[in-house]
Design a protein around this ligand. Structure first.
Ligand code: ADP
Ligand code: MG
Length: 222
């Protein structure tokens, strides 16, 4: 299988006043197209930092991230914005839906930035149907439960047909039954469309549903 994402010796340091915090101390990772990879690790171990670096959101102090062979932080900022908009999808712990838009508009929103095949609202409606929200497309986010909002956020993450999806504890704000339903749709959609997935989770059970399990510890992936 083709390597889709490659990280080499990633270092990331935070400086707060006079203290420096070495969060990532030389993380390397290779992800093949279609793989599903879980990352576990204690709170504060740098999992979110690593996902942000991998997804083009946070420049590392050292090291390289390559997406399909292209150096993500060597790209112009316009090219990197396009990479974030077209090639990757993000699902965070909090849903980040816009309250003034209904969920159809929320899901269709990423298509404002890039061209997608077909009509954006039709595609958004199909995705919402696939996550079990076909009857709720005219509702505002605040009229939905947390689990439903996260399923809408999942549909939005898939809107631009990203090659790789990064999930940062996507069920962290949900009770386990609601969270399981979100994960059910996530794994179903990822498998059905052959997306590549990098998933940060606290749950060993969830991690075991991925094809490869990694742990971030003392600034390194093991
Ligand atoms: P995790 O997602 O594994 O809980 P994070 O990547 O969020 O870990 O954070 C790793 C460490 O870096 C933590 O100690 C956190 O407090 C610190 N940190 C995260 N973001 C910042 C920031 N913007 N400025 C300073 N410290 C930060
Ligand atoms: Mg985190």
């Amino acid at each position: 299988m083709e390597t889709i994402l490659q990280a080499e010796n990633i270092e990331r340091v935070y400086t707060i006043g006079k203290t420096t915090l070495d969060v990532l101390k030389g993380v390397s990772l290779e992800v093949k197209a279609g793989e599903t990879v879980s990352i576990m690790g204690e709170s504060g171990s740098g999992k979110s930092t690593l996902l942000h670096v991998l997804g083009g959101l946070d420049t590392p102090r050292a090291g390289k991230v390559r997406f399909k062979g292209q150096d993500v932080y060597g790209m112009s900022s316009a090219r990197r914005s396009r990479f974030r908009a077209e090639d990757v999808g993000f699902l965070f712990q909090s849903f980040h839906l816009l309250p003034e838009l209904d969920i159809l508009e929320n899901v269709a929103l990423p298509a404002m930035a890039v061209r997608v095949s077909g009509d954006p609202k039709e595609r958004a409606a199909e995705l919402l149907t696939e996550v079990g929200l076909g009857e709720r497309i005219g509702h505002r986010p605040q009229e939905l439960s947390g689990g439903e909002q996260q399923r809408a956020a999942l549909a939005r993450a898939l809107m631009n047909e990203p090659d790789i999806i990064f999930c940062d504890e996507p069920t962290g704000n949900l009770d386990s039954k609601t969270g399981d339903k979100v994960l059910h749709y996530l794994f179903q959609l990822v498998a059905g469309r052959g997306h590549t997935l990098v998933l940060v989770t606290h749950s060993r059970d969830v991690a075991s549903r991925c094809s490869r399990q990694l742990v971030l510890k003392d600034g390194l992936l093991i």
